[in-house]
Design a protein around this ligand. Structure first.
Ligand code: DP6
Length: 419
C-alpha cells in the first residue's frame, strides 16, 4: 500500500421502496429478522433516492459520516454491524491511474468517510432509512470490491434497517424471512424488474402531521409483545397473501394487486391498533384519502387505484395507468388544494409533467377542477387546504447504480471531506 495521502472514492444512488405486503415485527432484534415475508415496489430514484459517497484514505483517522451535510455518529449497533459485515468481505483493490493498491487485509486498518444525501425531505417520513442503508452497503461494496450478488448485500443492508434490504433491487421485490438463526437466508430477491409493469403511476400524498410518530422499530417491538392479531397475521394471513401477490404481479392483475395491497395496509394499521398501548399512524386526512379511493374504485366496478400507508399518515397511491393517475390527481387537488400562496409546481413534485395532462400547468387553477362525479359530495367539503403538504408523482423504478460523474460526489476528492 502506498504511503502518500491519496483518497479513493465511489458515489452511488439507491432508491427507496414502498411495501405492498408489510414487514411488521421481528423475531430477532439484533440481526433484524422478520416474522413474515414482505413485498415492495421500488420507487423511481429520479424522484426519491439517496446518494452516498464513500471514501477511503490512509489520512483518515476514524470512520466518519455526514447525513444531509451534518455529521452524525456511527457508534450505533446498526451502523457498526453493516460496517463490520462489509469490511469482512472486502477484496483487493487496485487503481492503476492513481497508483493505489489496497490488499484484502489492509481494509481492517483503513478508515472510511461517508456522506449521504436524500433528494427528498427526511422529515417527510418517506422510508429514508431504507434507501440510506441500502446505499451505504451498495457503495461500500463497490469501493471495497466486494464480490457478492445483490441478494447477499441485501442481508447486510437488512442489519441496518429491515426494509433497506428491498432497496437493493428495482421493480418488485420480495424479502424472504428465512429460517436460519444466523439470518443468512433472510434476503431480498427481485420478482420482476421495473419494466415489467410500467403502466403503473404512483402518487404520494405527503400528509401534514402535528404529532411525532412512534418509530417503526419501537412500534413493531410493542406489537410483537402485545398484539395477538400480529401473530395471527404472520402465521395464517401473510404466507397466503405473499403467494397471491406474487401471482398478481406476475400476471399484472391490477384488481387482485389492489385488493391485496389495500387489505394488507389496513391489516397492518389494525395490528397497530391492536397493540397496547395502541399506535395511530394514520390521521383524518389519511382516512379521507382512503374513503375517496374506496368510493371511486367501487363506483368504477373495477379497481383503479391502490392505497398503502406505512408508519405515518402519508398516502401512497398506485394508479393502474396514466389516464387514471391524471383523474386521481385532479380529484386529490380538488379535495386537498394548495394554500393560496403555493405555486402548483412546488405542490406537485417529482414527475410533474402530469400537471400538463391534468390541465394545471397554465393559468387554469384548481378552482376549475371537478372531482370524478361518482365521488363528489361524498368525502366532505372542499375545505382541506393545508392538510397535504405536497404530492410526489413517480413510478416503479430501477435499483442501485454507481454514479461515475465526479460532480455528483458529495466528498472532496482531495480531502475526503464534505464539499
Ligand atoms: C411500516 O425497516 O423502518 O415501513 O427494521 O426497525 O429499521 P427497522 O424498521 P423499518 O420498518 C418498516 C416498516 C414499514 C413496512 C415495510 O416497509 O415493510
Amino acid at each position: 500500500m502506498a504511503t502518500e495521502k491519496w483518497v479513493l472514492m465511489v458515489t452511488a444512488q439507491t432508491p427507496t421502496n414502498i411495501a405492498v405486503i408489510k414487514y411488521w415485527g421481528k423475531r430477532d432484534e439484533t440481526r433484524i429478522l422478520p416474522v413474515n415475508d414482505s413485498i415492495s415496489v421500488t420507487l423511481d430514484p429520479d424522484h426519491l433516492c439517496t446518494v452516498t459517497t464513500v471514501a477511503v484514505s490512509p489520512a483518515f483517522d476514524r470512520d466518519r459520516m455526514w447525513l444531509n451535510g451534518k455529521e452524525i455518529s456511527l457508534s450505533g449497533s446498526r451502523y457498526q454491524n453493516c460496517l463490520r459485515e462489509i469490511r469482512s468481505r472486502a477484496g483487493d483493490v487496485e487503481d492503476k491511474e492513481k497508483g493505489i493498491k489496497i490488499g484484502k487485509k489492509d481494509w481492517e486498518k483503513l478508515y472510511l468517510h461517508i456522506a449521504s444525501h436524500n433528494n427528498f425531505p427526511t422529515a417527510a417520513g418517506l422510508a429514508s432509512s431504507a434507501a440510506g442503508f441500502a446505499c451505504l452497503v451498495f457503495s461500500l461494496a463497490k469501493l471495497m470490491n466486494v464480490e457478492e450478488d445483490p441478494s447477499h448485500l441485501s442481508a447486510i443492508a437488512r442489519q441496518g434497517s429491515g426494509s433497506a434490504c428491498r432497496s437493493l433491487f428495482g421493480g418488485f421485490v420480495k424479502w424472504t424471512m428465512g429460517s436460519k438463526e444466523d439470518g443468512s437466508d433472510s434476503v431480498a430477491v427481485q420478482l420482476a424488474d421495473e419494466k415489467h409493469w410500467d403502466d403503473l403511476v404512483i402518487i404520494i400524498a405527503v400528509v401534514s402531521s402535528r404529532q411525532k410518530e412512534t418509530s417503526s422499530t419501537s412500534g413493531m417491538r410493542e406489537s410483537v409483545e402485545t398484539s395477538l392479531l400480529l401473530q395471527h397475521r404472520a402465521k395464517e394471513v401473510v404466507p397466503k397473501r405473499i403467494l397471491q401477490m406474487e401471482e398478481a404481479i406476475k400476471s399484472r392483475d391490477f384488481a387482485s394487486f389492489t385488493q391485496l395491497t389495500c387489505t394488507d395496509s389496513n391489516q397492518f394499521h389494525a395490528v397497530c391498533l391492536d397493540t397496547s398501548p395502541p399506535i395511530f399512524y394514520m390521521n383524518d386526512t389519511s382516512h379521507r384519502i382512503i374513503s375517496l379511493v374506496e368510493k371511486w374504485n367501487r363506483s368504477e366496478g373495477t379497481p383503479q387505484v391502490a392505497y398503502t400507508f406505512d408508519a405515518g399518515p402519508n398516502a401512497v397511491l398506485i394508479a393502474r395507468n396514466r389516464k387514471v393517475a391524471v383523474q386521481l390527481l385532479q380529484g386529490l387537488l380538488y379535495y386537498f388544494p394548495p394554500k393560496s400562496d403555493t405555486d402548483m409546481k412546488s405542490y406537485v413534485v417529482g414527475d410533474n409533467s402530469i400537471l400538463k395532462e391534468a390541465g394545471l400547468d397554465g393559468a387554469s387553477g384548481v378552482e376549475n377542477l371537478q372531482p370524478p362525479p361518482e365521488i363528489k359530495d361524498n368525502i366532505g367539503s372542499q375545505d382541506q387546504k393545508g392538510e397535504v403538504s405536497y404530492f410526489i408523482c413517480t413510478r416503479p423504478g430501477k435499483g442501485p447504480i454507481v454514479l461515475h460523474d465526479q460532480t455528483q460526489a458529495l466528498l472532496n476528492p482531495e480531502t475526503g471531506l464534505p464539499k
